[in-house]
Ligand binder design. Structure first.
Ligand code: DAH
Length: 367
């Protein structure tokens, strides 16, 4: 009996002194393992008398469970210590500056997106959104392009089958332009409306200036007494701010879009040479966007009375703006995810675009 008391003190002391999980495991094996001290004592029980066996058996069982409890308790202590050590060692000082060589880059499309939002945000426009997968009503019909309308052929549409209907007119599309957000905005709010809707758009097209997925930003203004003069003033301010120029020649060419009447395309003045494109000077013109006065039928489709309200709208290709502003020759490279390309054409993450702090941050790209 006295022997087991001593043994218990000895083992429990060793357990409490164990400073790591490995030592603790060694103690467990030396006590409870196949050849452990307590195991050996239990093996010796067979040689004892029945009475002694009963008493010693009980004592050893108690000893065994006390040792097991001590092992378990110490294991918990050590695990907690280990976790705290790890947490302390892995602490990240978030106030440390970024290492330039590890810094990621903002994609030119994201940059232009930020710039456009900054410019129109300053003019009081809100940002609106719509789904990439659209129904034909929002993508076409409500925009004055009913089924079989020839204008539908202007856009090489990707259709998506509707699992609930075999009727082709019920199939969905991946939106071919951001214009359906005009309809969704009119459905959701009453005039005065001033929104821009940047986002992804899709058409079956692929060459140096077309990719199946690309980006547009839509603009929509609806209020009482809105005229083409508002459209011209707004877009003139936009191109000046966007190209960071005090003056820029612009012209509007008559055009056709089913959802606007009259419709126009806006050109900006530039100088084209074999190797260079200089925006803002020269005798050449560059098409920059489509625009017009919102067609009365489109207002009606959006639940707005065209006798009471008028509006103007415009649509710009974001990727095209990025190519022009930052001199990137091939659109397909935008979506190849080549880090060398991104390092060359991308922007530093902390150079945020704002009208007060600078749009493109001195027009300089990160090198
Ligand atoms: N949705 C047209 C396209 O993708 C662009 C466009 C033109 C949008 C004129 C407009 C607009 O809002 O008024 O080609």
């Amino acid at each position: 009996m006295e022997n087991t008391e001593n043994l218990k003190t000895e083992i429990v002391t060793a357990i409490k002194n164990a400073s790591d999980i490995k030592t603790l495991e060694e103690i467990r094996v030396s006590v409870l393992g196949k050849k452990g001290k307590i195991t050996e004592l239990m093996k010796g029980l067979g040689a004892l008398s029945v009475e002694e066996k009963k008493e010693m058996g009980k004592t050893l069982n108690i000893l065994k469970s006390e040792v097991e409890a001590a092992l378990e308790a110490q294991k918990k202590v050590l695990e907690a210590q280990e976790l705290n050590r790890k947490l302390a060692a892995e602490t990240i000082d978030v106030t440390l500056p970024i290492r330039p060589e590890n810094q990621g880059r903002i994609h030119p499309v994201s940059k232009i997106y930020e710039e456009v939002v900054a410019i129109f945000g300053e003019m009081g426009f809100e940002v609106a959104e719509g789904p990439d997968i659209e129904d034909q009503f929002h993508n076409f019909n409500a925009l004055n392009m009913p089924a079989n309308h020839p204008a539908r052929q202007m856009q090489d549409t990707f259709y998506i089958p509707n699992p609930d209907s075999d009727d082709f007119d019920d199939s969905y599309v991946v939106r071919t332009h951001t214009s359906p957000v005009q309809i969704r905005t009119m459905e959701a709010k009453r005039p005065p409306i001033r929104v821009i809707a940047p986002g992804r758009t899709y058409r079956s097209d692929y060459d140096a200036t077309h990719t199946p997925m690309f980006h547009q930003v839509e603009g929509l203004v609806i209020d009482k007494n809105i005229t083409m003069a508002h459209l011209k003033g707004c877009l003139y301010d936009f191109v000046k701010a966007f190209f960071e120029l005090d003056e820029i020649p612009v012209r509007y060419r008559p055009s056709y879009f089913p959802f606007t009447e009259p419709s126009a395309e806006m050109d900006i003045g530039c100088k084209k040479t074999k190797t260079e494109l200089k925006i803002g000077a020269g005798t050449d013109w560059l098409e920059i966007l489509g625009c017009g006065m919102v067609h009365p039928r489109v207002l009606e489709a959006g639940g707005i009375d065209p006798n009471e309200y008028q509006g103007f709208a415009f649509g710009v290709g974001i990727d095209r703006l990025a190519m022009l502003k930052y001199g990137i020759p091939d659109l397909r490279t935008f979506f190849e995810s080549d880090v060398r390309w991104l390092k060359h054409y991308g922007f530093l993450p902390l150079d945020e675009s704002s009208m007060t702090g600078g749009l493109s941050n001195n027009g300089g790209m990160a090198r």
